[in-house]
Ligand binder design. Structure first.
Ligand SMILES: [Mg+2]
Length: 296
């Protein structure tokens, strides 16, 4: 195994909350042994607040791969430039305009264009347009009370989706609708990761809390990536702690991912990089389970 990928919310940390210090130490230990990726539907800011701010100084960030918004963005770290975007696959201006117009039209038609809201109702996230009926900064209680059975979001989703045939429209959080290109999920991100790093999907391990059908980690399992299901951050911590010692026999591989500007700055690593790993070393650790995922 050459790379371990993690979901963020409810895998490395509680949803929308900072990662615990113990998890930071465990990830730093793991980064000493192998490449690590974090992939989430959230934006980079969420990665900063929940993960990066809680990694210890010793963590080798040059081996960390970040994929916000399901891998429509990809960031790598260099000591000189810090976190740098390698690519961003954004919606075109036409796609954004159509999406925003459809959201406004149907929210008004269906009586869901709320006069009272907290912060902007429509957010351009580059690769995604998000409509939040009560605004981005609405209090949790107000959000939960707005559409408890999901019928408002479903009506809105249906109408917008019919209007935007070539874009994918999904109900997101408790008041929100997300519009993206079709086929953007974590499987998309994992395929991009394979392309960017040159590491075969079969040489990766994905760890997530929503690997059941319908869960947002399930597409990764469907793609055929070896997976490990966890019930939450405590479970992940126990798994990583057990995994790290089993990686001792595997050499740290050189970083094949870095291109362009990133390549000009040598990796900041305290370990000697061994340039080539024979494929015959691939009788992998016993931790690539094929057991069915657990409910969370
Ligand atoms: Mg999750």
């Amino acid at each position: 195994m050459r790379l371990v990928a993690f979901d963020l919310d409810d895998t490395l940390s509680e949803s929308k909350s900072p990662m615990k210090e113990t998890m930071g130490e465990a990830l730093a230990d793991l980064l000493d042994k192998t490449q690590v990726c974090i992939i989430s539907g959230g934006q980079f800011g969420q990665f900063e607040g929940q993960v990066l701010a809680h990694l210890p100084e010793r963590a080798d960030l040059t081996k960390l791969h970040l994929m916000p918004t399901c891998g429509t963005r990809y960031l790598r770290f260099t000591p000189v430039q810090g976190w740098t975007e390698v690519y961003a696959h954004n919606l075109s201006e036409n796609e954004k305009t159509s999406a925003i117009n459809a959201v406004e039209l149907w929210a008004q038609q269906l009586g869901l264009w709320e006069e009272h809201h907290w912060g902007p109702r429509i957010e351009d996230r580059g690769s995604q347009i998000t409509f939040s009926a009560l605004g981005q900064e609405a209090p949790v209680a107000a959000k939960k009370a707005w559409d408890p059975d999901g019928s408002k979001r479903e009506a809105l989703r249906e109408h917008i989706s019919a209007e935007l045939g070539d874009l994918e429209v999904r109900a997101g959080g408790s008041t929100s609708i997300d519009i993206t290109r079709r086929g953007i999920d974590k499987a998309y991100g994992m395929r991009e990761l394979e392309t960017q790093t040159g590491i075969d999907l079969q040489d990766m391990l994905f760890v997530g809390d929503r690997l059941v059908p319908g869960g947002n980690d399930y597409p990764v399992q469907e793609l055929g990536v070896p997976v490990h299901a966890v019930s939450g951050p405590e479970d992940t911590l126990a798994f990583v702690t057990a995994l790290v010692p089993t990686l001792d026999e595997y050499p740290v591989v050189s970083d094949t991912a870095v291109s362009g500007d990133l390549a000009r700055h040598p990796a900041r690593s305290r370990r000697v990089h061994i340039p080539a790993v024979s494929e015959s070393t691939s009788d992998r650790c016993s931790c690539t389970p094929s057991r069915p995922p657990e409910q969370d």
